[in-house]
Design a protein around this ligand. Sequence first.
Ligand code: SAH
Length: 397
Amino acid sequence: MITCQVILKKNREKSIINRHPWIYSGAIQRMEGTPQNGDVVDVWDKNARFLARGVISLRSQIRVRILTWRHDEAINSDFWQRRVKRAIDGRAALAADPRTSAYRLIHAEADGLPGLIVDKYGPWLVAQFLSVAAERHKNAIIDALTEHTAPQGIYERSDTYTRELEGLVPVTGPLWGEIPPDRIEIEENSLRFLVDVKAGQKTGFFLDQRDSRRRIMPYVGGKEVLNTFSYSGGFSVYAAAANAGRIMNVDTSEAAHTLAEQNMWLNGFDERDDIYAVADAFELLRAYRDQRWTFDVIILDPPKFARSAKQVQSASRGYKDINLLAMKLLRPGGILATFSCSGAIDAGLFQKILFGAAVDAKRDVQILEHLHQGSDHPISLTFPESAYLKGFICRVW
Ligand code: SAH
């Protein structure tokens, strides 16, 4: 294999020395050779010092995704086998947990596999190949996955906007083995869920909220709960398991509510008088404020408002808006479980946004718990972007 050379501009090597895995196009002085999209390239500083080896993506602002900092580590099928195995080994504790059958197996850059997401739902794997690096090496990755996990089948859900940033078209469909059923049943902390891996959001389920769903349980017994952005009822099933009072689910997706109701029944919660509102959460919260409705517990788990640093300001306004409304709707001593999955908004900024909301709502708000993505979504110290999900359980007086 002929490897092309990428030479960085003066003073642009620092982040690579610090093992950040992205090289932006603007940091590149010149290239030697004419790399094709997805080729392996070596990265050098201007003094001809080897820095790292990665894959070039000619259409993306992130021009090179680094795979190794070792000059003697070749990018071949053994490499992909080692990285995939390392990720799987890192989940041994979850794999051994008989109460949970679904978790994230590969968390992209944070597992040394740029742009590759693999979620495990029982015997099925659902994969997202979101970078040219992952796409180009798809076959080697599939080989490694099948060898180390022996799945019943692998289904692809590479249908996200990030793939378009790499100049790749969206793809979904079976990749390997049998085709999964329309609904896969999984277990999470002994609760049961149906997952639609073919048409559901992301890969079908928000596995990153597993720990947080459990953490709300002590606060909801006998309480009236407003679960906004409820999707397939993750938080609601946990709340019902903790004997919550009436739960009001709010989501714009009717299909999500259908799954949420089925998930309630699946766990034996079929005699409840919960509500499933197909509505925009912003509008509904505003309407409730005007009607002076109140709740004991409110969960806010919206989709990503900020896709990039450019959107931080407008996203911050969105987060402030819903949190302010929620604080106003809570009875004194009520609980707000609030989240942001925008990587561009860190926990410090999110806390400041909540501060602004509390001041405007004229409520005393205490942080009781800090929440974050589960351990199957590890955070790489050298890739802080991997810390994307943050949340707080607050008491609102
Ligand atoms: N809490 C869920 C995951 C939420 S994902 C869980 O634990 O599984 C975000 C959800 O917000 C999606 O289901 C999406 O349909 C919904 N959504 C997006 N925009 C919305 C809006 N403006 N109002 C209400 N729901 C919205």
